[in-house]
Design a protein around this ligand. Sequence first.
Ligand code: PMM
Length: 270
Amino acid sequence: MGVLNVTPDSFSDGGRYTDIDAAVHHGVCLFHQGAHVIDVGGESTRPGAERVEARTEIARVVPVIERLFAQGVPVSIDTTRAAVAEAALQAGAVLINDVSGGLADPGMASVAAAAGCPWILMHWRGHSRDMQKLAVYRDVVTEVRDELRARADDAIAAGVDPSRIILDPGLGFAKLAEHNWALSARLDALTALGFPVLFAASRKTYLGRLLAAPDGTPRPVGEREAATLATSLLAVAAGAWGVRVHEVGATADALAVWRATGSPRFRGTP
Ligand code: PMM
């Protein structure tokens, strides 16, 4: 999954693709580099981010999705709002990526059920503005697993086909670095729930902290690619169904290496 944020303020690519032509061009490039789906988002979810109105989000994403669809590029819509998901599906999106796992908007489940499209349910505890206050766990792996199972159960009860559900641990969302690492080490606890698992560590702050300079300055966002690749490969080796990344070409190369090992755990499309 290639990341395409059409926002002025996302932590990694914010402001780069607010122009529709630039956004579409980048989406097409990511597709040609090997992304199976381009994840278009119109609202930043970085820690501390303020919300934008639904109509702003729709105005940002719909023209980009329409043009990517016209060029045969599969698109997922990264939103927590049912109205935005509906408009995006209308414009040609084929998958809903909901970082709130259905919690932010009670209307999302019926949109996903009616569309019959895949729905990524990410682990989430609250909106970005103050989500890091919610990063309190006794046992992060067990709690995230149980909360994700509850999200999936609710989706199924609302009429969503279980075969359309994908789970995501939500790295960095109401999670400190130690929580992200614990979840990365125990992806098996999530895959054991029986749903495909998406892993999305690309360029995140905890990687910058891991690679901090001796004076403690975090590694800049644009210099976290090798670490991102390592996390993606480890996740796929641990049974992840997919990875969501900014740098698709390098990821596709790394996964080609993984595929060449002939590992029976490779679940991607050749
Ligand atoms: N992270 C971001 C945005 N969308 N979607 C899923 N499913 N999982 C994530 O971890 C996730 C996401 C925030 O990062 P960005 O600025 O790279 O989009």
